[in-house]
Design a protein around this ligand. Sequence first.
Ligand SMILES: NC(=O)c1ccc[n+]([C@@H]2O[C@H](COP(=O)([O-])OP(=O)(O)OC[C@H]3O[C@@H](n4cnc5c(N)ncnc54)[C@H](O)[C@@H]3O)[C@@H](O)[C@H]2O)c1
Length: 566
Amino acid sequence: LLSFLSAEHIPSVSVTVEDAEARDVINNEKYTAATHQATRQQIPCYDPGNMQFLGILEADTAGKVEEKIQRARAAAKDWRQSSFRQRRLLMRVLLKYIIEHQETICRVSARDSGKPMVDAAFGEVMVTCEKLAWLAREGERHLCPERRTAGVMMFYKAARVEYHPLGVVGAIVPWNYPFHNVFNPLSAALFAGNSIVIKVSEHASWSSRYYGRIVAAALAAVGAPGDLVQIVTGYAKAGQALVTGGVDKLIFVGSTEVGRRVMAAAAATLTPVTLELGGKDAFVVCHDADLGQAVATGLRSAFQSCGQNCAGAERFIVHERVYDAFTAMAAEAARGLRQGHALGGPPVDCGAMCLPGLAERVAELVDDAVAAGAQVLAGGRLVRPPGGGQFYAPTVLAGVTPAMRIWREEVFGPVMAIAKFHSEDEAVALANDCAFGLGSAVFSQNEVRANAIGARLEAGMTSINDFATTYMCQSLPFGGVKDSGFDRFAGVEGLRGLCVAKAVCEDRWPWLMRTDIPPILRYPVGDGAFGFVAGLVGMFYGTSLGARARGLGAVLRALLPAGKKR
Ligand SMILES: NC(=O)c1ccc[n+]([C@@H]2O[C@H](COP(=O)([O-])OP(=O)(O)OC[C@H]3O[C@@H](n4cnc5c(N)ncnc54)[C@H](O)[C@@H]3O)[C@@H](O)[C@H]2O)c1
């Protein structure tokens, strides 16, 4: 509330929006892989919803990436001295711009990634606003020095942790949320006093020019160094150059397979890595769930952004008593969804697949499941509109079993794969029978039951009677277990993870007691040195009063002159 009442002036920034970013019809040139061949130097960009060719971006070479890291390093030297007031203002300037330009941001994201406007509003704008607002409101509190207890022996010391900026953070991000994937690591890194070099995906690079202009305008508005944020466009080579280029920490968000390669490469320079990898979330529906709510939430968790979500419900595990009703309700709703190009026409529920070849891969996994006995209740096919575009129909697939590929491999597409369970133990076993462990959800009107099941799920996050809401609580950590990666990039843990957590210890009462090495322990140590230390151990850690008293006795004896010892 106080932040609303505060009289602080938040500058508005103005950012050029280019023609192609604002208009529906740009030109008639369609993208084809044959005519717009990707070379190692250039990145052809297109709208996956209608194959509209958008232009060519330069791919950064390894040398260019190194140059960007150096610029970021120079800027970080100034920024680490910045006040929390200035960092907060930067968050609020960005927040203000985003709120005032939601529609443009969503249009640009929709064009670059194929997602419908409402999905962009949720996954690009809303979560980013929550993050910026949280950082501005609470960030300082979590980065201030934190008192810790000094322990038993060190009772006369004051102990604390200080959070100092790391320096230069590197981030390598995927294409599924082009806007949020940039502003998410950027906001936390800058708030913690670092600079950042972000490598965007070659499959969603076009929008990064617009984001770069937003960031540049915001940095200028608060008087921050212009080189604080560097955006890298390019392929795997540019990513590799960032991993080994000497950044102080690397956040990798992407597939498990590439994550392994990134970690191996980072080992050479001992660069710490956070790995945010694939997911295949379990969505458990108990017999006593509110079915209307579970189905509506399930549909959104499977079809939001056409299923191209790291934390996406990919395995629905439904109690046998409500299985038929759940599958029927989900199938009926899925059959009614409108799919198509996100811009320029009536609103759509589902958009396109951003990654070339992904729709075909989803088809392969669904067909494989059908061949093994699963039933398609809705969708289950590639969609090829006359205007072009990469689409797969929202699909409901029942009768899925752990023997099928679709149970184990990340789909990253619009498929509700549904399996049946009859006991809670079986539900938990099914949910945990997976190499991934990012998010999870449990639905039951009995909160005790839902929480008990949730606690047994091998996942980094669990939402009870909802899906992925942990990410809207930006104070919470985001990340996975098993093949979904490790370390956390959001929440208090993620913010502090972008700092050196420095331990500091000093005399608590220096005016009363300045600590020094007692004469018996000074070199050369006295004859009773061992007895003295052993006595201290007994005196401070003895498990009974008698043991402590014996320890005290040993200390005193050790201090007696040699002739007086008995
Ligand atoms: N856990 C999360 O927070 C999260 C969020 C979004 C997406 N994802 C995952 O991302 C995957 C989809 O994204 P993708 O297809 O872009 O993933 P990807 O692993 O193919 O690529 C991710 C990024 O890594 C870069 N890259 C590729 N090879 C590299 C190398 N050898 N060294 C360094 N960088 C390299 C790419 O250019 C891209 O920018 C899915 O598995 C999804 O689950 C995870």
